[in-house]
Design a binder for this molecule. Structure first.
Ligand code: SF4
Length: 398
């Protein structure tokens, strides 16, 4: 098995050296780099760092507005046609909000004593799955906090139920969002029909990671967690990776994620199926004390850099952001979800309270008809069943 930890030190040193000397490019230089990105060669991390620097240069009347506009025009010309664009839909189903970890940016943190917690029974899980399928969803993501009740056997049991519910639906599939697991767990889950995992690295900046996660008994293990995508890939699963912007320098996080995605593609012959783009936001009405803030300009630049660096990979635009923000950033093939079940167990069938006291973080839940009309006005349609059957056959032959 190839492990990202074996190249981490080299990539980390390379990215830090690049960022030490990077300057915001002139408009002419931006045009040069973007033209290069259309040739067969992929842009180097140094070239991508220059583009990212556009996002780090702030100010409404900043000179970098011209560069930012060039970037926007380029990505829209290449990946957003006047019509026929699709967004891939995923329905997250929260199964448990009990957590032993203590991430300060999450309302499920064990240290938050006023969070209303819930764990779905099997019958309730079935009802949640039926509820999202009745709304046309075909790709479901089972989401768990670090709840000790969910060992491999329990996860396999839940995944198997979800797989049975979607297996006859064209393009249907089951994804899983948990903390890191063992190779044996991923093999058992792949055998149960799981198609992929969703896990953000949070940040690959080890010191920043420790500042945010040292109080988490399980998640604090930066090194074991770093190779989690490799364990899942080696078991035949697809992976979504990404950073949580705001934990460290967004330029570092974006470049390290590109390096990680390229390493995955080389080692396993397939890229991540999506890049996560989450950005830290207030939770449950409470502000976070951020050491590093990521402006809209910085965030949108990072989204465009992901697409330029990894044209074959979509981005997962987040309901933590406003719809207006998402609408102006969507490109063909991105993942987008307008309803997340209030990011808490039982959210679709109203089992638990739907107050913010039970939600993982704040989201913008939206009404489907409104979203479809707005998307259509920009040339997008929603693809509810996008998981390839070819992969199912490959797994069956494992
Ligand atoms: S982000 Fe995940 S691990 Fe951290 S507190 Fe929230 S649910 Fe637990």
């Amino acid at each position: 098995m190839s492990l990202f930890s074996s190249v981490y030190a080299a990539r980390n040193a390379e990215v830090r050296a690049i960022l030490d000397g990077v300057r915001c490019p002139s408009p002419r230089r931006v045009e040069e780099v973007l033209a290069h990105s259309e040739s067969s060669a992929s842009l180097s991390l140094a070239e991508l760092a220059e583009v990212l620097q556009i996002g780090a240069t702030e100010g409404a009347d900043s000179d970098s507005n011209v560069q930012f506009d060039l970037l926007r025009a380029h990505t829209r010309r290449r990946w957003r046609a006047p019509s026929g664009n699709r967004v891939r839909y995923v329905s997250p189903i929260y199964v448990s909000s009990f957590c032993v970890d203590a991430c300060p940016y999450c309302n499920f943190s064990a240290l938050r004593k006023d969070t209303v917690r819930y764990r779905l029974s099997l019958a309730e899980l079935d009802r949640e799955i039926a509820s999202v399928l009745a709304r046309d969803a075909r790709v479901v993501e089972l989401v768990y906090a670090t709840d000790p009740e969910y060992d491999t056997r329990a996860l396999v049991r839940d995944v198997s139920r979800a797989v049975r519910a979607v297996e006859d639906l064209e393009g249907g599939g089951v994804l899983l969002c948990t903390e890191y697991l063992s190779s044996q767990a991923y093999e058992a889950l792949a055998d149960a029909g799981l198609r992929g995992i969703v896990q953000w690295d949070e940040t690959l900046d080890e010191q920043a990671y420790a500042r945010w996660h040292s109080a988490s008994p399980r998640k604090a293990d930066f090194h074991t967690r770093m190779d989690n995508h490799d364990r899942a890939l080696a078991a035949g699963l697809d992976v979504a990776t990404g950073a949580l912007f705001g934990l460290a320098d967004f330029r570092y996080d974006a470049l390290m994620q590109v390096a990680r995605a390229r390493t995955i593609a080389e080692a396993y012959g397939r890229s991540p199926f999506v890049m996560g783009t989450a950005r830290l936001k207030p939770i449950g009405g409470r502000e976070l004390r951020l050491e590093t803030s990521v402006s809209d300009r910085a965030h949108e630049t990072a989204l465009m850099v992901y697409k330029i660096a990894l044209p074959q990979v979509g981005r997962w635009l987040q309901t933590r952001e406003t719809f207006a923000m998402n609408l102006r950033n969507l490109l063909d093939g991105d993942v987008f979800t307008y309803s997340c079940g209030d990011v808490q167990p039982g959210g679709y069938t109203q089992i638990n309270t739907t107050s913010v006291a039970g939600a993982q973080f704040g989201v913008n839940e939206m009404e489907r008809g409104f979203v479809e009309r707005e998307l259509a006005s920009q040339g997008f349609h929603i693809d509810f069943g996008w998981i390839s059957p070819a992969k199912a056959r490959a797994l069956a032959a494992r």
